[in-house]
Design a protein around this ligand. Structure first.
Ligand code: C2E
Ligand code: MG
Ligand code: MG
Ligand code: MG
Length: 288
């Protein structure tokens, strides 16, 4: 019905979203603009990757996550939460995923040509993409084209990707052959999380930020859950990443539990390339 209302607005010629700041109509017109413009975003070069550092408990750079941003000419920067779900309804998500893979490989090649010491870069792939296309061909092609080794790439997949275990494990095998790693993203928010440990051939799990944000000075169930996930993962030879680390208390707790990698605003936000490069060079993140 929101869509219907939107269409009515459009038919009456009111397609200028900015006439309606802070109203339902504004949201509505933004939605229309997103749907309308998404198909041209790649062609017009409007996507950009930001890189968020991942560090070990000493604060040394271990890797980065590539996170997509859409620089819309009128709407400004649109976060992925606002357009990825829309892209997932159509085939755009596949174009976007392919663009991300190509862009990460291009960036790694550029860094390596300019003499930066590389770090592994992870990227997110939608379950829709996983089921619709044989991803591995794209990855192999881009690695070859940019002369990059697979050890610099990690794929992050969320729960819905694991519904077809056979498919995911086939993919994991192919990734391994290339030297790539696979991470289970947003771990703990699904319903069948523990089954992944028995069935999915993963390298790392990334504990969902909702758990990290629930940590409070060593008390409460959250802390028990987080330390149990770390312990369990380590016992099963799986590395653990904590995302959404915002405070020194969260950091100290995770440090004491020997988490392998930390990612969050406490260390650094997702950064445009120019701001990420000094970190890539220094290998250290200066705490904010
Ligand atoms: P994600 O893969 O779980 O990425 C982590 C999200 O947490 C990012 O949001 C990041 O900016 C945010 N974050 C990092 N540290 C903190 C922190 O300390 N506190 C808080 N509150 N948030 C933090 P972002 O960039 O808005 O991305 C949101 C989601 O959009 C991602 O969640 C991922 O599912 C999806 N996404 C992002 N880029 C891509 C992409 O290239 N392709 C696909 N398919 N999905 C993407
Ligand atoms: Mg992710
Ligand atoms: Mg996540
Ligand atoms: Mg997420």
């Amino acid at each position: 019905s929101a869509r219907k209302a939107c269409n009515r607005g459009k038919e009456s010629g009111q397609d200028r979203y900015f006439f309606y700041p802070n109203s339902d109509d504004a949201i509505c017109f933004k939605q229309i603009a997103i749907e309308r413009d998404l198909r041209h975003a790649i062609k017009f070069n409007q996507f950009e990757l930001h890189y968020q550092p991942k560090v070990d408990i000493q604060g040394t750079l271990q890797g980065a996550e590539a996170l997509i941003r859409w620089n819309h000419p009128e709407l400004g920067v649109i976060p992925p939460s606002e357009f990825i779900p829309i892209a997932e309804e159509g085939d755009f998500i596949i174009d976007i995923g392919n663009w991300v893979i190509a862009e990460v490989c291009r960036q790694l090649q550029d860094w390596s040509r300019r003499g930066f010491p590389l770090c592994p870069v992870s990227f997110n792939i939608s379950p829709v993409h996983l089921y619709k296309q044989h991803l591995i061909c794209t990855i192999k092609g881009e690695l070859r084209k940019h002369n990059v080794h697979g050890k610099w790439l990690e794929m992050e997949l969320t729960e819905t990707s694991f519904m077809n275990e056979t498919l995911v494990n086939q993919l994991a095998k192919e990734l391994k052959k290339l030297g790539m790693k696979m991470t289970i993203d947003d771990f703990g928010v699904g319903f069948t999380s523990l089954q992944y440990f028995q069935r999915i051939d993963r390298d790392k799990v990334k504990i969902d930020k909702s758990y990290i944000q629930g940590l409070n000075e060593g008390k409460g169930q959250n802390n028990i859950i987080v330390s149990s996930i770390i312990q369990l993962s380590h016992d099963l030879e799986t590395k653990v990443v904590a995302e959404g680390v915002e405070t020194i208390e969260q950091y100290e707790f995770l440090k004491a539990k020997q988490v392998d990698e930390l990612q969050g605003f406490y260390f650094a936000r997702p950064l445009p390339v120019s701001q990420f490069e000094p970190i890539l060079q220094k290998r250290k993140v200066v705490h904010s």
